[in-house]
Design a protein around this ligand. Structure first.
Ligand code: HEC
Ligand code: HEC
Ligand code: HEC
Length: 125
């Protein structure tokens, strides 16, 4: 038996609510991905959606190295289609609303790619 359980237990519950409450509120529940503006054209991405979502960083850095170090500007995707290696001319031609696509997802994930000082997005409103 807990001594004075009638007071101790509600007291503990109140303490927990006061201490943990702000953290639980700040966490705001499970992660919800932001709404993304749809691609300008094409029914699918260069690689499958899940591959792109998890691996576009790796793909983009491989593209940069291929173009800058080996002047290799053709990318053969796993479904056999070939693409011009170009951040602006290929990715952003389809994802032309960068603010509602790249930027909003990066903001939600606290990522700030440092590409846009040099690469320019043909931004659409
Ligand atoms: C031909 C048009 C086209 C090109 C080029 C293209 N995308 Fe996509 N992308 C799409 C479409 C359409 C989707 C929607 C999902 C799908 O593929 O089923 C998509 C999905 C994505 C996703 C996943 C978003 C999500 O829902 O999680 C990412 C990330 C992405 N693209 C990044 C890129 C990057 C980076 C490039 C350049 C390397 C690129 N895309 C090139 C059309 C394109
Ligand atoms: C669905 C969410 C989502 C979308 C849409 C998205 N990104 Fe990302 N991006 C991320 C996340 C999360 C990371 C960090 C994790 C990682 O690198 O895989 C990231 C990382 C990156 C990085 C690496 C940054 C670094 O310094 O390491 C680049 C470059 C990048 N994204 C470019 C793009 C471009 C360009 C687009 C639009 C064509 C785009 N992303 C669309 C979620 C997204
Ligand atoms: C200091 C300036 C600078 C920054 C920052 C920069 N780049 Fe580049 N990037 C260049 C230059 C210059 C080229 C070579 C242009 C060419 O030969 O077509 C290039 C080429 C590329 C290419 C291949 C050619 C093309 O037109 O897309 C890719 C892909 C690329 N960069 C991706 C990235 C990504 C992703 C980031 C951010 C993580 C980034 N770059 C940041 C200057 C920069």
């Amino acid at each position: 038996m807990i001594y004075n359980a009638g007071y101790v237990l509600p007291g503990l519950a109140l303490f927990a609510a006061l201490v943990l409450g702000p953290f639980l509120l700040a966490a705001g529940g499970p992660y919800r991905p932001p709404a993304l503006t749809p691609a300008e054209k094409g029914v699918s991405c260069i690689e499958e959606r899940a591959v792109m979502a998890a691996g576009h960083r790796v793909l983009l850095f491989a593209w940069r190295d291929a173009a800058v170090c080996r002047n290799s500007r053709l990318y053969l995707a796993s479904d056999g289609r070939s693409w011009t290696v170009s951040l602006e001319g290929t990715c952003l031609a389809c994802h032309s609303r960068k603010a509602g696509f790249c930027d909003s997802c990066h903001a939600a994930n606290l990522v700030t790619p440092s590409c846009w000082g040099c690469h320019k997005a043909p931004e659409k409103p």
